[in-house]
Design a binder for this molecule. Sequence first.
Ligand SMILES: C[S@@+](CC[C@H](N)C(=O)[O-])C[C@H]1O[C@@H](n2cnc3c(N)ncnc32)[C@H](O)[C@@H]1O
Length: 268
Amino acid sequence: MTNEDVTLFTEVDRTGDADFFIRFLDQGNTNPYIQQSKPIILDGLHLREGLRVLDVGCGTGTDVVDIARRVGSSGAAIGVDISEAMVAEAQRRTTGSGLPVTFEVGNAMQLRFEDGAFDGCRTERMLMHVPEPFRAFSEMVRVTKKGGRISIFDFDWDTFVIDSPYRDTTRRIVSSFCDSMQSGWIGRQLRRMFLQNGMIDVAVVPRQIFIGFEFLGLLIGGHLTRAQRAGALDPTDVKKWWEELRNSDSAGRFLAGFTAFIVSGTKG
Ligand SMILES: C[S@@+](CC[C@H](N)C(=O)[O-])C[C@H]1O[C@@H](n2cnc3c(N)ncnc32)[C@H](O)[C@@H]1O
């Protein structure tokens, strides 16, 4: 378990422990259900050689690299992230790669790019951390050219299922975690967001993401520590809950997961 709280992805640089967030992303990216989602998100962009594509909230830049490989040297893949530490890590990982990648610090709520600057725009697991996701989305629409594609991957934290005999504690923990995200319900709102912004050919692909016991600790451990300190959750209940899940993991019957929504469409 950890004391770092992933609901603080809003302000990685201010936590003083950017390494935790980088490690968290690296570990998350090894999850087979996340890996199986990546090609679906990219396919939503209809990538081909020569396109200019933006990734908003790019983190360590893994997906920008995948885009760059598909758009080739006649195209461009640009990653923007609010965290200087993330941008520095993305730059470090791609230095000397020869790929057409650029990374820069920027805020999804106010992108510096001109209207229609990109053929495609994507974001993954970012909008949940944004207080005004509809505003961030309309910025993505603004910088995408007419006929260009947008593809988004995000979770809906009220779909979190954890197999525990402690139903009330589970519900309290799921609600507490979901509500401490800036936009914990973003998954279910994505399709409406596309439609309200005049996007056409909108497609929704749901994916169930299952995680292991250890990753559950990374994901919610820090939040639970904070919630107990704040008196929002009872430490005795939380301890009993974790112990039972640990036993369930040792016995090979642990199950936890949540729903991801991959939504893509064309700027009409
Ligand atoms: C959970 S990480 C996902 C990173 C990457 N998209 C991935 O899938 O590996 C969320 C990222 O969004 C960034 N972020 C949070 N709020 C942002 C904002 N307002 N504008 C741009 N980036 C933001 C964080 O710094 C972090 O790198």
